[in-house]
Design a protein. Structure first.
Length: 270
């Protein structure tokens, strides 16, 4: 899977034209995709299916950090790290991802201008978005504007409902809330996999068999303060005790371990 930086991709297009990588065209979806959750997979399935039908590349346009609540004081944290999301996209079968590092300059681009830039630089042929999706300056480019853009630019657009099997509307905000309340069974239902903390590369202090991580070094949402049974992935998979405190989390594997902790998987049921 190829990963493109948005600014570099656009600058390269202005200088050299369309990258030969995109010569056959692309099926895409745009979004934060924090999770990603089962609603996102409905979009992903549409992108990959239409890419196969049209002999197109399957790709995503997303952000280095999730955005919906980025500036809100109540923001609980990210569900997944960038490395987790990129790994997930690759496993799903995507050919490429375009990463945007959100900035004031980017926020001023009109929605249809942004879509035109994607069409030109990535040879956009198919676009899948949720009915509530909006983009561009002040989020003013919504489904109706995107439909008009698609019709006038020979782009096929689809807007599926992002619902669970029981017709519930799933959202990343809901997943975050469930994680914060330690409702891991509900999280498993919405993500389709256990919630995992990515601790790879996070600064750690070790005392005895316990690993201490400062909460300020983590971008992911954490469950409420308390003690949890978890699995940890080091050089092997071990059961462990995890304690969330006011300033740090402590992880203590059930067996003595010298290797760094990379992943913590929260257990849904004992």
């Amino acid at each position: 899977m190829k990963v493109f930086d948005w600014k570099e991709l656009w600058d390269d297009f202005l200088e050299n034209g369309v990258d030969p990588f995109f010569s056959d065209g692309a099926a895409m979806s745009i979004g934060c995709f924090d999770g990603p959750h089962k609603g996102h997979r409905i979009l992903f399935d549409q992108v990959i299916l239409n890419a196969k039908k049209g002999n197109l590349l399957a790709g995503l346009v997303t952000f280095v950090r999730p955005l919906p609540l980025k500036f809100a004081r109540s923001y609980l944290g990210d569900i997944s790290t960038l490395n987790q999301r990129l790994s997930f996209y690759e496993q799903e079968g995507f050919d490429f991802v375009v990463l945007i590092d959100f900035s004031d300059e980017f926020s001023k681009i009109e929605g249809t201008d942004f879509l035109t830039m994607l069409k030109d630089s990535c040879n956009l042929k198919f676009l899948a978005e949720g009915p509530d999706f909006h983009c561009g300056y002040r989020g003013l480019c919504k489904m109706e504007q995107i439909k008009l853009f698609a019709e006038s630019n020979d782009v096929l657009a689809s807007f599926p409902q992002l619902l669970l099997d029981n017709d519930e509307r799933i959202s990343s905000s809901w997943v975050r809330d469930c994680i914060s309340k330690a409702q891991f069974d509900q999280v498993l239902r919405m993500l389709g996999r256990p919630f995992c903390l990515d601790l790879d590369g996070v600064p750690v202090r070790k005392s005895g068999n316990a690993y201490h991580f400062a909460k300020s070094c983590l971008t992911q949402v954490l469950p409420r303060d308390g003690v949890y049974n978890v699995f940890v992935n080091t050089s092997r998979r071990l059961r462990a005790r995890l304690e969330v405190g006011s300033e740090e989390i402590l992880v203590e594997p059930a067996a003595n371990e010298s290797s760094p902790i990379r992943i913590v998987e929260f257990i849904n049921k004992e």
